[in-house]
Design a protein around this ligand. Structure first.
Ligand code: CA
Length: 510
């Protein structure tokens, strides 16, 4: 049985009257004096209310889930960089802080998860990661803006967030948590590596770790299908959008049943040894098939990327992930936009670079630049382990942007580095069959990993609440139960356990 600490007040938590809280909240405008920090605006918000969202990231308003004090502020991290952030401080506070991450190259305060966290009675803090918007152009010749993005924004969010909580509630947060996915997953990993005292529990999904290699791999994925290529005169290597469903159907034909159930989900894509030759055109069949050159393109996609030294640069694309609509970001004929911006504005310092001639021989150069120490590929989590930190990560096996196999690779790296055969005592990786990038997909991809997923809010089904139970109740999650459309559920397994069909349902086995 699981304990249920997550949805209960920790000792001495605050639950004051709304009138008191409003006066106290508005008083913060004058009373808050925090290092290098300017308070921009303070507003008391009674739920439910539409709130305006500044900056270039979001035009839609967010409805707050709980009466709260909204503090907008800016932290000057250096003379040439600043992090804009917001704290949503709920009236009914359970004594916990929740720091939030970002996505892509953003640049965007995470209003959805501010709302989600405050609704679960966390004091929630989110930042713009040191710049506004999703373009990488802000990085050009601005190393301190890169530093905010690479490691500093989440750190100052934690430091200032804790000070703000103390000032507002009159007592420190009993525990501090982090929630993020993709870039946010990398930020959470970076926090555990560089600032192990910032968070007691980190939930880091679909992490963009080994970031330089990931970026290069994403560019090579685009190159393998001929990008950049012209729609009017496509490269012979290019697969038009109409051919990918043919590839996906053949992948399922070859690999769906490997897990014992033909359900459209490949539970373990790493076991799928897909042969695209099976759909190569023949003299008698010339439609819905691949030319020999296209077969080569597809083979390259589903092959690990190795460097000139023979070392793995990045794992292969997961068979099955090409069926996710977001695959077009890599295979639509353009070089993946995040890699293009990262290459232009942080590696090459050339805003017109196309990466059209990117070569595997360029990998060591990208490694040597490693802007802001972005790589985030280091197995030494000993400081985080020794201070009692807990880490939960998850990765969709149909992630079309970041190979889920990389999360196994990171797990194994930490295991080797710390000489721990299993990381169960402080680090657990849940692999999610059918899930796309961070959420969505097929199967049972909702488990509370972010707001708006209609997940069941108990610690068996909600990974954030499971983390609270682990940190505060000492109960580590053995499994996470996901839910999906049509009432679908599935028990997700922690690596290296396997998800095995027992004739009725999938269960987790060593
Ligand atoms: Ca299957």
């Amino acid at each position: 049985m699981r304990s249920l600490t997550a949805l209960t007040l920790v000792s001495g938590a605050i639950q004051a009257s709304a009138v008191d809280q409003q006066a106290k909240c508005l008083g913060l405008q004058k009373s808050l004096h925090l290092e290098n920090t300017t308070i921009l605006n303070v507003a008391y918000i009674a739920a439910p209310t539409n709130v305006s969202t500044p900056g270039s990231c979001q035009s839609t308003a967010v409805v707050t889930a709980a009466p709260l004090c909204r503090v907008q502020f800016v932290i000057n991290t250096t003379a040439t960089s600043a992090v804009h952030a917001e704290a949503w401080l709920p009236d009914t506070w359970f004594g916990r802080m929740l720091g939030l991450g970002n996505g892509g190259l953003g640049g965007c305060i995470d209003y959805s998860n501010l709302d989600y966290g405050a609704g679960l009675h966390f004091a929630a803090i989110s930042s713009d990661n040191g710049h506004d918007g999703n373009s990488g152009s802000v990085f050009l010749h601005h190393p301190e803006v890169i530093n905010d993005f690479a490691f500093r924004a989440v750190h100052v969010e934690a430091v200032i967030g804790k000070q703000m909580i103390l000032a507002y509630y009159g007592k420190p947060a009993a525990k501090s948590y982090y929630l993020g996915c993709s870039t946010g997953g990398r930020q959470g990993t970076q926090a555990a590596l560089k600032f192990p005292d910032d968070f007691d529990g980190i939930v880091a999904g679909s992490p963009a770790t080994d970031f330089n290699h990931l970026s290069l791999w994403q560019a090579f994925m685009s190159h393998f299908v001929g990008a950049p290529t012209s729609p009017s005169a496509p490269s012979p290597k290019f697969l038009p959008a109409s051919l990918w469903p043919v590839v996906s159907a053949e992948i399922l034909r070859q690999c769906d049943g490997l897990d014992g159930v033909v359900d459209g989900i490949i539970t373990e894509p790493d076991e799928c040894l897909f042969r695209p030759e099976a759909i190569q055109c023949t003299a008698g069949s010339t439609t819905n098939c691949l030319t020999p050159i296209q077969v080569e393109s597809v083979k390259n996609v589903f092959t690990p990327l190795f460097g000139i030294d023979g070392q793995l640069v990045y794992p292969r694309y997961s068979p099955g992930a090409e069926a996710d609509p977001n695959m077009s970001q890599l295979f639509g004929g353009e070089v993946f936009s995040i890699t293009l911006d990262w290459g232009r504005f942080t590696i090459l310092n050339d805003s017109t670079a196309t990466l059209a001639n990117l070569s595997i021989q360029d990998v060591p150069f990208w490694d040597s630049i490693n802007p802001g120490g972005i790589a985030t590929f280091n197995g030494d989590l000993s400081a985080f382990l020794n201070r009692g930190g807990k880490f939960l990560t998850y990765h969709g096996r149909r992630d079309p942007i970041i190979s889920s196999t990389n999360s196994k690779r990171v797990y194994d790296l930490i295991s080797h580095t710390l000489s721990l055969p299993t990381l169960d005592s402080f680090y657990r990786l849940f692999l999610i069959p059918g899930m796309g990038h961070c959420s969505g997909g097929i199967g049972a991809p909702s488990f509370g990993q972010s707001g708006g997923l209609n997940a069941v809010n108990d610690s068996a089904h909600n990974i954030l609440l499971a983390m609270v139970d682990w940190v505060e109740g000492g109960v580590a999650p053995e499994t996470i139960i996901g839910s999906g459309t049509g009432g679908a559920t599935r028990t997700h397994c922690r690596y290296p356990m396997r998800s095995v069909f027992n004739g009725t349902v999938f269960v987790c086995q060593d």
